[in-house]
Each structure stands twice: as structure tokens, then as C-alpha cells.
Design a protein around this ligand. Structure first.
Ligand code: NDP
Length: 530
């Protein structure tokens, strides 16, 4: 990415509202510091905090230390100079006068550098309750007249379709769409960019990206940790609102859109909106909810059941796991199930998309099928992009084995999620940010099910802490045609019913029998000899 403002002609003010909170400390300031350290922030950037708590730069910088990733030998001088660009303002969110003082402080810094242009970014790291006051006061008191203004909003973007409407109206009355950045943490990854290149510039994938070839898609966000930070918020909103109705739906839209007319952001967003409009409203019969419980063996006091945490009400029915099956009514995607799976306190931490292709019938005479191709896009813990496919085993015999075609080249460091999103905002690149009408469609898809959960309070299925979630979810995925491979947790769970020794023997037997099954008869030595 080219440096922003290489000639240092413009002043940038970056205001963090709610700077006393967790998000500012643990994510925003570390990202700003790391960009500054690596000379990626525009040189004329000044950072302002605004909150009710009285903050002082000297003490605030100490509070930030654990999150900053500092290196003792390398960073000391630069770290000092970073903080010389930070200014703290105290204020009430509903006091216009306090916003006027913030603006005066910004103007002082902007004019000090004798720059004729001043751009301003307002990051709302705040709970939704103060959202209206803050957007209104920014628009009345804080906008720059000599440059652009941009506002960053954090999820939750309301609770449902009904509460989103006033949220959207308020946001769009005070800012234009081109000024609004609804931030989302998953999508800045290189792997998503690569998906686009893969799909739209390669014959293999552009021709097969449809229901003729693809059998099922699963998007997973699995987390080993239990609910800890922001437990109040989580308990009120639940796992579907926390992850599915924003991050995961953005992934789904990116996977399924038609090729945009051009590379312009609005063309891409129009295509995302189009495909979201084609997603059928979710039915409760396509939903499995779970809640983790004590697994009976764990001795760590933090690894208990959800309702056993001291900070969670004992009678809470909030789901900590959800699997839903979405369907898209379009020529391209009719009949392909899109399975979204998300959960806390699971057996592993990973975010990935698995696109499973239909099986090839390569042995028609005995009607055996080979193992289908699978494209895996892993976003975390490591970025990976690979294709599962079949090859011949080494040796004389013609016998097939599964292998992976690795498609990811990591030849340079990429900035982390927050850093690259902030850089996009400075550069005015909205490609990876949702437009407000996209979120509206997402609420349309989920609101009936969310209303059912809120009103009827169905009991979630219990699953053991550290397991892969309720078995019923995996049965639902299997019913929808999603195949779990040997190495996946599905098989591990099935194996757990046996002793561990038996399980590993079974696994080896299953692997060799699959390899044999997958070897078409026309490839066996006897067939070749005849
Ligand atoms: P906090 O709850 O820590 O709130 C941030 C600041 O907002 C507080 O320090 C406080 O500042 C002010 N505030 C809190 N409650 C109120 C209130 N009732 N009325 C007025 N001001 C209040 O939130 P986080 O920092 O954790 O997150 C900020 C936003 O980002 C939230 O919307 C959250 O949902 C979202 N988010 C957070 C993530 C995280 O990892 N923390 C992840 C994803 C989204 P003061 O009293 O000093 O004014």
C-alpha cells in the first residue's frame, strides 16, 4: 500500500470516543501505535481521546503498555514521540460545549502545523446507548470544513430489524454513506482478497463456483475460550448477534456475490446487497442452539459451565453455540446449503470456510465415488488457502490418497486486522466495510428466529466444555450434505465412544479403506493388465 500523504500536506485528527474502555486500550491504541512505529500513519496525525473519565496522557500510556507489543531495545524513543501526539479531552457525551472544546483542541493542533487541509476520523468505541448523542454532536460541532470527515461505528449494530431502523436513520441523517465505516474484524485478511482473485481470474474456480459443482459450504468461527470479557453484553445479545449477524454474514456475502461490474466500492457493495436479498429468511427448523456445561473432568475453575461462571445469571438460556443453515434463492446457489457454525468453549480456535465440491463418479461400474474436492480458506489461527484433492500414492501400486494443494504464499508480513482496517479508513477504502443497507438485509434474514429465541426462550442443547458442540448440530450438517473428513472433530467425537486405542485403530482402518475405495477399479493392476 502506498504511504498516505507522503508530502505531509494534511493534518489528520483521530478522535477515540470512549477511550477509557477496553476496546480503545486493547485494540485501537495498539493498532495506532504499531502503524506509527512502522511509519504507516500519515505524518500529520494527532490522536484525541474523548470520554467522561478524566484521562492524562502520562497515566494512560502506562495502562496501554500490556497491549502494545513493545520491544525494549527498539521502541523507546519512538514510543515517547507517539505519545507526544496524543491529547486527552474530558467531556459528557450529551454536552455540545464539550464537543466545541474538543474541536478547539483539534484546531490548535491542526493550525500549529500550518496545514491548510484538515481531515477528521471519529471512532465511536462506545456502547450503543450514547450513540445518538455522539453522532448528533459530532455533526453539529466537530466536522472539519477544510477536509473530509469519517465516522467508525462498532457492533452491535442494534438488536434486530426493528431497532436497526432508527439506528440506520440516525447514522444516515448525520453522515453520508461515504463517511460511514461499520467496522468488522474478519474481513481485512489477505485470504479474502485472495478468494476474489481466485474466483474471478482463474478458469478452474470461476467455472465451478456454482450449484452444479458445489455441494455444501460451511463457515465456522470456533473459539476455545469461554465467555469472559464483555460477559454482560454477551449474555444479553447471545452468540448469533455477536458473530453471525455481522462478521459471518459478510463472509457469506463475499463468497457468494456475482462479479462486480467494476472495481469501484459501490459496485461491490451493490453485489453484496443483491446476494443478501436472495438469502431466504432463516427458519427455526434450520437452527441448533447450544450452551457449554461442565465436562466433569476439568479442574481449572475458569473452565466450567456457562451458567456456573460467577458473572453469568444461573438461569441464563443464552446460546454459546449456534449452527444455522441458510439458503440462497438464485440461479447460482439454489440447493446449496450454507452452514454457519459458531461457538465458545469448543475444542479449538479457528475461523474458516470450507467449500465442498460434489463427488466425482470415477468408477461407474461399481458406483463407487472418490473423495470430493474441498477448498479450505482458513482465516485464523493462520491464514491458509488449500484444496483437498486426490493423488496417487507413491510406489508401484496404483492406489489413491488424499493430498492438499497449498495455495497460500506468505512472503511478507501483513498488518494485523485492526491496523489494516484503520489504514483503509485513512485511505478512504470502504471495500471491506458494510453499507448500512446490507446490515438491514442481514437483520431481515435473522430477526424472526431471534424474536423466537427472545420470546419463547428455547432451552439450548448442552455440550461439554472443550468439545466440538452438540452432536445434533453435526447431524444437521450431515443431513444437509456436508461431509466431515477423517481429521475433523466429527470423526474424533465418534471415535471417543471407543477406547482411545480402538479409536486410533479405527481411524487407521478407515483411512486405508477410504483410500482403497477411492481407487477406481480401472486403475488397479489387474484392470490395467487386461
Ligand atoms: P466499554 O463498555 O468499556 O465502554 C467504553 C466507554 O464508554 C467506557 O469506558 C465509558 O467511558 C463509556 N460508557 C460505558 N457505558 C456507558 C454508558 N452507559 N453511558 C455513557 N458512557 C458509557 O466498551 P468497550 O470499550 O469494550 O467497547 C466499545 C464498543 O465497541 C461497544 O459498542 C462494544 O460493543 C464494541 N466492541 C467491543 C469489543 C471489545 O473487544 N471490547 C469488540 C467488538 C465490539 P466513560 O465513562 O469514561 O465516558
Amino acid at each position: 500500500m502506498l504511504p498516505i500523504d507522503p508530502n505531509n500536506e494534511t493534518a489528520y485528527s483521530f478522535v477515540v470516543f470512549g477511550a477509557s474502555g477496553r476496546l480503545a486500550l486493547s485494540k485501537i491504541f495498539p493498532a495506532l501505535w504499531q502503524l506509527y512505529r512502522d511509519n504507516r500513519l500519515p505524518q500529520g496525525t494527532k490522536i484525541f481521546t474523548f470520554c467522561r473519565t478524566h484521562l492524562e496522557v502520562g497515566t494512560y500510556r502506562i495502562k496501554c503498555v500490556p497491549y502494545m507489543g513493545l520491544s525494549k531495545d527498539r521502541d523507546q524513543i519512538k514510543y515517547n514521540s507517539f505519545w507526544s501526539n496524543v491529547h486527552c479531552c474530558q467531556g459528557m457525551y450529551d454536552s455540545p460545549q464539550d464537543y466545541a472544546e474538543l474541536t478547539a483542541s483539534m484546531v490548535r493542533q491542526e493550525t500549529r502545523h500550518n496545514m491548510s487541509l484538515a481531515n477528521r476520523i471519529f471512532y465511536l468505541a462506545l456502547p450503543p446507548i450514547v450513540f445518538d448523542h455522539v453522532t448528533l454532536n459530532i455533526s453539529r460541532k466537530c466536522l472539519s470544513m477544510t477536509g473530509w470527515n469519517r465516522v467508525i461505528v462498532e457492533k452491535p449494530f442494534a438488536r434486530n430489524e426493528l431497532t436497526y431502523k432508527p439506528y440506520q436513520t440516525q447514522l444516515c441523517q448525520t453522515f453520508k454513506e461515504s463517511q460511514i465505516y461499520m467496522i468488522d474484524h474478519y474481513l481485512s485478511k489477505q485470504v479474502i482478497h485472495n478468494l476474489f482473485v481466485l474466483r474471478f481470474t482463474n478458469h478452474i474456480w470461476s467455472e465451478t463456483w456454482n450449484n452444479k459443482h458445489i455441494a455444501a459450504v460451511m463457515i465456522s468461527v470456533k473459539c476455545e475460550k469461554p465467555v469472559q470479557a464483555r460477559a454482560d453484553y454477551f449474555n444479553q445479545f447471545g452468540i448469533i448477534r455477536d458473530i453471525m449477524t455481522n462478521d459471518m454474514m459478510q463472509l457469506l456475502a463475499m463468497l457468494t456475490i456475482e462479479q462486480p461490474y467494476s472495481n469501484y466500492v459501490e459496485d461491490m457493495r451493490d453485489e453484496k446487497l443483491k446476494v443478501l436479498k436472495q438469502v431466504l429468511t432463516l427458519d427455526i427448523s434450520d437452527v441448533i442452539l447450544g450452551q457449554y456445561c461442565n465436562n466433569g473432568v476439568e479442574t481449572d475453575p475458569t473452565k466450567v459451565g456457562y451458567t456456573q461462571h460467577a458473572y453469568i445469571p444461573k438461569e441464563s438460556l443464552t446460546p454459546t453455540f449456534a449452527m444455522v443453515v441458510l439458503r440462497i434463492k438464485s440461479k447460482r446457489w439454489n440447493s446449496v446449503p450454507f452452514i454457519l457454525r459458531v461457538g465458545k468453549a469448543l475444542n479449538e480456535t479457528k475461523t474458516e470456510v470450507r467449500v465442498q465440491y460434489k463427488a466425482m463418479e470415477c468408477d461407474r461400474s461399481e458406483n463407487k465415488q472418490s473423495i470430493p474436492n474441498e477448498l479450505v480458506l482458513r482465516l485464523s489461527p493462520r491464514e491458509q488457502l488449500f484444496m483437498r484433492m486426490m493423488l496417487k500414492r507413491p510406489g508401484q501400486e496404483l492406489c489413491l490418497r488424499e493430498t492438499e494443494l497449498n495455495l497460500m504464499l506468505r512472503d511478507r508480513a501483513v498488518p494485523d486486522n485492526y491496523q489494516s482496517l484503520l489504514l483503509d479508513i485513512f485511505a478512504g477504502n470502504q471495500m471491506l466495510f458494510m453499507r448500512t443497507d446490507e446490515q438491514c438485509e442481514i437483520w431481515r434474514i435473522f430477526s424472526p428466529v431471534l424474536a423466537f429465541i427472545d420470546v419463547e426462550r428455547p432451552k439450548p442443547l448442552l455440550y461439554d466444555f472443550g468439545s466440538s458442540g452438540p452432536m445434533a448440530a453435526y447431524e444437521m450438517a450431515a443431513r444437509n450434505g456436508f461431509i466431515f473428513y477423517q481429521s475433523d472433530e466429527w470423526h474424533a467425537r465418534q471415535g471417543m465412544a471407543n477406547t482411545s486405542q480402538n479409536a486410533s485403530k479405527e481411524a487407521i482402518k478407515a483411512e486405508s479403506s477410504r483410500a482403497q475405495q477411492a481407487t477406481p477399479s480401472w486403475m488397479t493392476p489387474s484392470a490395467m493388465g487386461s
